[in-house]
Design a protein around this ligand. Structure first.
Ligand SMILES: NC(=O)c1ccc[n+]([C@@H]2O[C@H](COP(=O)([O-])OP(=O)(O)OC[C@H]3O[C@@H](n4cnc5c(N)ncnc54)[C@H](OP(=O)(O)O)[C@@H]3O)[C@@H](O)[C@H]2O)c1
Length: 289
């Protein structure tokens, strides 16, 4: 069955390989991009693939909640079904940057990697469920997280969610990816797994634009060049996203690596924190818990 799939951050790296592979399989792609020009080029690339369907461009910066709401509303108003949502976009910043979220200042990595995706997921959740019922299938939510949640942090810090007191790039990035996992875990407790399968993943250490696209330091380019010899390609990095989006799996709330369930650190499994993060996020975004 050809499905409707929405991918965030498809203009580079893992997301681009994910989108191209799904489009080549004939699925209809909805591409949430922050850069309209890069998004149009990707639509053209998809159009040139044999057997592909025209892709739909959705332009929004995931750190801008008004833009996330606007693209979600446009999508919902179009009446299009949604079978698969892939939350892939992400950034690493070497310095503390901030965005405005409902009159509050939020650190940008937390906002883009987590909050924007939380909002998008909450807004599109009813459509994922409706589509599952209508087409008698199980919809999927695939969230690209990272082992950075295990390496660089040991839990959330609710007293300083926007990292205004202390900023350490890898710790902040790790917490944003931990938040991705916690959202999946919390959602998995509440949705009917026959209607929606919710899982997350670590793609591996991938040679991509991560850490380069938001940094203007000359050394990030050199570092990325050196690491590219040790890291896997974006195409290999996309394998687990593609597996969770398309293969016949029956798991709920699991964390995958190399297409297999992967062990989580205890702090990622803390149910009270998962619930608290869900509620704090809802309150920040003026959504019902
Ligand atoms: N690379 C790794 O080793 C690695 C390891 C573990 C997890 N991950 C995760 O894998 C995912 C994909 O990363 P990648 O390595 O493929 O990085 P990438 O090559 O930098 O691609 C990231 C994508 O996210 C988009 N994006 C960035 N900021 C955005 C924003 N504010 N709003 C909307 N889209 C935005 C980028 O758009 P532009 O094209 O406009 O920059 C790009 O399309 C991320 O969630 C990352 O945390 C990566």
């Amino acid at each position: 069955m050809k499905k409707n799939m929405l991918v965030t951050g498809p203009t580079n790296g893992i997301g681009k390989e994910t989108a191209l592979a799904l489009a080549a399989q004939g699925h209809k792609l909805f591409l949430l991009c922050r850069n309209a020009q890069a998004g149009k080029l990707l639509c053209d690339e998809i159009a040139a693939l044999p057997g592909s369907q025209p892709a739909v461009l959705m332009v929004a910066d995931l750190g801008n909640m008004d833009q996330v709401r606007a693209v979600a509303e446009t999508f919902l108003a179009s009446g299009a079904p949604l079978h698969v949502l892939i939350n892939n976009a992400g950034v690493i910043n070497t310095e503390r940057l901030v965005v405005n979220v409902a009159e509050t200042e939020q650190e940008q990595m937390f906002a883009v990697n987590y909050l924007g995706h939380y909002l998008l997921t909450r807004l599109l959740l009813p459509r994922l469920l409706e589509t599952a019922k209508k087409d008698n299938i199980t919809s999927r939510l695939v969230v690209v997280s990272s082992d950075a949640h295990a390496l660089f942090c040991k839990g959330m810090d609710f007293d300083d969610l926007n990292h205004s007191k202390k900023f350490s790039a890898f710790k902040v990035y790790g917490r944003s990816k931990l938040a991705n996992i916690m959202m999946v875990k919390e959602l998995a407790k509440h949705v009917d797994k026959n209607l929606l399968q919710v899982n997350c993943l670590h793609p591996g250490a991938v040679s991509s634009n991560l850490g380069v696209n938001n940094s203007h330091h000359w050394y990030s380019n050199i570092l990325t060049f050196i690491l590219s010899f040790f890291f896997i390609t974006p195409a290999k990095g996309a394998a687990t996203s593609l597996y969770l989006a398309t293969e016949d799996i029956d798991t709920q709330g699991e964390y995958y690596y190399r297409c297999k369930i992967h062990r989580l650190k205890p702090w990622a499994k803390d149910e009270a924190t998962q619930k608290k993060l869900w509620d704090v996020s809802a309150s920040l975004l003026n959504l019902a818990e």
